[in-house]
Design a protein around this ligand. Structure first.
Ligand SMILES: *Cc1c(COP(=O)(O)O)cnc(C)c1O
Length: 217
């Protein structure tokens, strides 16, 4: 016996439309990590595009590059794993936007240049990845230097939250807002703030900002 997964693309289109409607005016980034959760990047991205999706994102470069190949100029694709120099180079060449959550990786990406479009990650408590609040101001100042020199463009500020308790998420959100204020003070003008995954995005409008990242839903 072997297991089989069937994905109804018509249902997927309806779901993406419904999520986009609920989140509007915030944008919806459709998460396609690990080959779109094993469902296959190409059919999932194609169907989501039909339903109006304009952003995709994944952890691994491979899934993200494939998504960009399907979407072309119709969507932006964000890739948030810290990767090797070769992979980062390939990602930037493919037109992906990179999540940058530590100072060494910022230098690595800036050295590749392009300019590379990046989203800076603040650690709002999960301690998975992301710059700690006490190091955030210096990190933003350095990013602004790179931006002025044309090596990077800071398109977004983001973080990831636990979505296990509302009160913990509220603490994270306050840290996030403070981080955005610091970034602007250092001369950055990120147009896309994104914090929430499915649960917080669905239930708590104040977590939506300009974009939400939807996987499980
Ligand atoms: C997996 C993942 C998501 C999607 O999470 P869901 O809870 O499935 O919506 C969003 N953001 C990041 C950073 C992720 O790793």
């Amino acid at each position: 016996m072997s297991a089989e997964l069937r994905v109804d693309l018509e249902q997927l289109r309806a779901n993406v439309r419904a999520v986009r409607e609920r989140m509007a005016p915030a944008e919806v980034l459709v998460v396609i990590k690990d080959d779109a959760y094993g469902q296959g990047v190409e059919p999932i991205v194609g169907a989501a595009l039909d339903a109006g999706a304009r952003w995709f994102g994944g952890i691994d470069v491979d899934s993200a590059v494939r998504a960009k190949r399907v979407a072309g100029d119709r969507a932006r694709v964000f890739c948030w794993m810290t990767v090797s120099d070769d992979e980062a180079r390939a990602a930037i060449a493919a037109g992906l936007e990179l999540g940058v959550g530590d100072a060494a990786y910022l230098e690595q990406v800036a050295a590749i240049g392009g300019p590379a479009t990046v989203h800076l990650k603040i650690d709002t408590g999960l301690r998975r990845n992301g710059v700690r609040p006490e190091r955030w101001r210096a990190f933003c100042a350095r990013a602004a230097e790179h931006e002025r020199a044309g090596r990077i463009r800071v398109a977004g500020i983001w973080s990831h939250i636990a979505e296990a308790s509302d009160s913990d998420d509220d603490v994270s959100r306050a840290l996030f807002d403070a981080a955005v204020t610091v970034a602007r003070g250092e001369g950055l003008s990120p147009e896309t703030r994104h914090l929430a995954a499915s649960a917080a995005a669905w239930h708590r409008p104040e977590f939506r900002y300009e974009m939400v990242r939807i996987g499980a839903f």
